[in-house]
Every structure is written in structure tokens, then in C-alpha cells.
Design a protein around this ligand. Structure first.
Ligand code: TRP
Length: 441
């Protein structure tokens, strides 16, 4: 096993984990989920779910991966020989593939917008609106499928190159840049006339909007945004040396994610209210609002282009983790198969994703349990697959590991350790079961 790559530096792992976590979840999904589910109520529940449930599970995944030093399935197999725990790894693999199948659809939208931004054509034609432009893009069957294919292709090209050269390098430059860009946008958005209404929408809770479904969706978002519940971080942490502080890394990743999500919200919602849009328009929200905000900035067209490039990178650092998870399980320690497997799996996921890509246009009247195909895959993965995976991971780290093992792994103050232990043993499993039950009714 000594032949496995390791992350060369502490900051390398941190950035790769953050790169996997920070992506469309924070920038695209968080604003529209908050916008459609009561704003501040959703945001509060989301933050609560992160600290009480998703972060402890993230740390558990780091633990399992570092101890296993192998892909998710092998990590479970070597640590629990002859027991069915490894099935959790396979569950993660299937859910990863499904997530990537619709993630790449949105990645494709970004490419579509990027291509338009490059010729300064993110403009509605006369008399129409940004919302109509978005609809036009996502309804066009040829464009969405080609764009989705191009996005998967980019992902495959990076993953087949192996962990070090691809993932690590990419995350180092992009994240800080994206961050600075967001800060500038927040300032622009907050200084628009009428912006405060958006801030109120985000931070003053209206508890009458609280429902079991909101809670389930907030939990799903908390898992999704930290890339938790489907053993991805097990795969990443398997490249980790013994000296890293996994608790601290987990906390940093969580804080960074919350921060970027809130920043994204602070760009979107003030502009929504100031410019007279609706907060609950769904997956198109950022694609409609962002160009409208950039319109209010000098050289907006150019900045919009740069922004979409950064967003594309943030999206790709996430999509490579999804593909990496599937490929690493399929390849095991046989590294020769890596390139071929990356292509095979990538192409398969592309095909699985085509119905999702078409579900806003030609397949828009096909529904599964009352949801469009895209929404159904999203719901199945976020709100069923990930909580289920997270439940098993909690049980494994909380009960299967002896406290001696987990204490040594976490290597932190007794207070922090017992806090984590209570969360992983009691709070997380019980909360997941209850939320699951009430949210699905
Ligand atoms: N967290 C990423 C985002 O917010 C998406 C993602 C990457 C993901 N890997 C994951 C989600 C694993 C769930 C599980 O964009």
C-alpha cells in the first residue's frame, strides 16, 4: 500500500476536501433551496444540521478513510472483515454516480452560460427576460446534452490523471479567487436600492414556514454541501498521513462552506428583492440573478465571464471527487485499470444523466412520484441515499470503533472528543431517523 499517492502537504488535503465540498451545493443549490423554503428558517436549520449532524459524520468519514488507507469498500472490508459494512461503500458508489449524473447537467448549464459570456451574449433578446433566457438554454435538448457531455469529459480528463496532479493543483488557485470575487459581488448587491429586504429574508425567521419537509431538505443540503454520507471523504482521507488533524480539517471545511453559502445568499437575495425578482423560482435562480447583478457593475460582461470560469472550476473540483469515488472503488489497488475505468464509468454516468438533462425540455411531462426526473434523482440521492449512508457511517464510527480507537484518531481535547462522541452516537443517528420519518410522510 505504500505505493499509494499521498497528499504532499497538509494544505493540499485541506484544499482538496474543501474543493470537493465547495461547489454547486453552496453557490447554486443553497440559494435556490433557501429561496424556495422560507429563507431564514431554512438557513438556520441548515446551519444547525451541519454542526449537529453533518460535520460529525464528515469527521467520521475522515477517520474511516485514514484508518483504511484504501477506497471506501476496501476500507470497510479491512476494518470489519467478514461483516456487511462494506455495503455502505457500495451504496456510496451508486449514490455518487447518480449525483454526478445530475451534477453534470448543471455543470453543462454553466458551460452553456460560459460560452455565451465569452461572446458577451448573456443577454435576453429584445423584450424577453433573464428568466426566459435560462428557460431557452435548459429546454434545448441538443445543447443541454452536449454541454453535459462536455462537462463529464472535463471531469474524466482530470480524474484519469490521478489524484496528485489533478485535484490538488486545481483547488489551490481557484478557491481563494472565487472567494474574493464573491466579496466584491456582495458589496455590489448590498448597495442596491432595496437590498435590505433580501437581508431580512435571510436572517429574520418566520417560524410559520417551518415544516418537517423543510427540515429534511435542510438536512439533505447539509449533507450535500459537505460531500458527506456517501463515503467520498473516506476515499479522500485514505490518501491522508497519520499526522493530520482530522477534527480541525472538518471544522474548517464546514465553516468555509457555510461562509460561501451565506456569501452566495448575500449576493443573490438582496438583488432578488432590489431588482424585483422572485426568490422561489427554483434551479434557475442564480443563472437568472447573477447576470442581472453583473449588469449593475462596470465591465460587467467581462466579470461575468471570469465569474463563470471560476464557478466552473469550483464545480469541477466537486465533480472529480464524485467520479474519483466511483473509479477508486472500481479500480481498487490495480492502478493500471485507472484510465480505462475513468472513461467507462464517466461515459456510463453521462448516459444515466441524459434523462435528467432533458427533463426541463422534451421530457418535462415525465414525472416520478410527482417530481421531474431531475428532481427525483436529486431527492433520491440527497434526501434518501445520503442520510442513509450517513446513518451507517455514524453507527460504524460511533459503535463499531472502540472509544480507544476513535479517541486516538481524533487526537483532540477530552471535551471535543466527548462532544463528537455524543453527536455521532446519539444525536446524529436519532436525528437522521426522525427527520427521515417525518420528512417522508
Ligand atoms: N459538495 C459538493 C457541492 O456542494 C457536491 C459533492 C461533491 C457531493 N461530492 C459529493 C455531494 C459527495 C455529496 C456527496 O457542490
Amino acid at each position: 500500500m505504500s505505493s499509494r499517492d499521498q497528499f504532499s502537504t497538509k494544505i493540499g488535503f485541506m484544499l482538496a476536501a474543501a474543493g470537493s465540498a465547495v461547489g454547486l451545493g453552496a453557490i447554486w443549490k443553497f440559494p435556490y433551496m433557501a429561496g424556495s423554503n422560507g429563507g431564514s428558517v431554512f438557513i438556520l436549520l441548515f446551519i444547525l444540521c451541519i454542526f449537529l449532524i453533518s460535520l460529525p459524520v464528515l469527521i467520521a468519514e475522515f477517520m474511516i478513510g485514514r484508518r483504511g488507507q484504501a477506497d471506501a469498500v476496501t476500507s470497510f472490508k479491512t476494518q470489519a472483515p467478514g461483516k456487511p459494512w462494506y455495503l455502505v461503500g457500495y451504496l456510496g458508489m451508486v449514490i455518487s454516480a447518480l449525483i454526478l449524473s445530475f451534477y453534470s447537467v448543471v455543470g453543462g448549464w454553466i458551460l452553456s452560460y460560459l460560452a455565451r459570456a465569452a461572446i458577451f451574449a448573456v443577454k435576453p433578446t429584445d423584450g424577453s427576460t433573464y428568466a426566459e433566457l435560462f428557460t431557452k438554454v435548459i429546454e434545448n435538448p441538443i445543447e443541454v446534452v452536449m454541454a453535459q457531455g462536455a462537462f463529464i469529459l472535463l471531469t474524466i480528463l482530470i480524474v484519469q490523471a490521478g489524484i496528485k496532479s489533478g485535484i490538488e493543483k486545481a483547488s489551490k488557485i481557484i478557491m481563494p479567487l472565487l472567494f474574493i470575487f464573491f466579496l466584491v459581488l456582495v458589496v455590489r448587491s448590498l448597495t442596491l436600492e432595496g437590498a435590505m429586504e433580501g437581508v431580512r429574508f435571510m436572517f429574520v425567521p418566520d417560524w410559520s414556514l417551518f415544516t418537517g419537509e423543510t427540515l429534511l431538505l435542510a438536512l439533505g443540503q447539509a449533507f450535500f454541501t459537505l460531500s458527506v454520507g456517501i463515503s467520498i471523504m473516506i476515499t479522500y482521507a485514505s490518501y491522508l498521513g497519520k499526522s493530520e488533524n482530522i477534527g480541525g480539517t472538518g471544522i474548517n471545511v464546514a465553516l468555509m462552506n457555510i461562509f460561501i453559502s451565506i456569501l452566495a445568499g448575500l449576493v443573490i437575495f438582496p438583488a432578488v428583492f432590489a431588482l424585483g425578482f422572485e426568490p422561489d423560482q427554483g434551479p434557475g435562480l442564480v443563472f437568472v440573478i447573477l447576470p442581472a447583478v453583473f449588469e449593475q457593475v462596470p465591465f460587467g460582461g467581462l466579470f461575468l465571464l471570469i465569474f463563470f470560469i471560476l464557478l466552473l472550476f469550483a464545480t469541477i473540483t466537486s465533480s472529480i471527487s464524485l467520479l474519483e469515488m466511483v473509479v477508486s472503488v472500481a479500480v481498487g489497488d490495480n492502478r493500471k485499470k485507472r484510465v480505462r475505468t475513468s472513461w467507462l464509468v464517466g461515459i456510463l454516468i453521462f448516459i444515466i444523466g441524459i434523462p435528467s438533462a432533458l427533463s426541463f425540455g422534451v421530457l418535462s411531462d415525465r414525472t416520478i412520484f410527482g417530481r421531474s426526473i431531475f428532481d427525483a434523482v436529486d431527492f433520491l440521492t440527497n434526501n434518501i441515499g445520503m442520510p442513509l449512508g450517513a446513518l451507517f457511517i455514524s453507527l460504524f464510527a460511533g459503535y463499531y470503533y472502540s472509544t480507544k480507537v476513535s479517541k486516538a484518531e481524533l487526537n483532540t481535547s477530552p471535551f471535543m472528543y466527548y462532544l463528537w462522541l455524543v453527536l455521532i452516537r446519539i444525536v446524529s443517528p436519532i436525528a437522521i431517523i426522525i427527520i427521515f420519518y417525518t420528512g417522508l410522510k
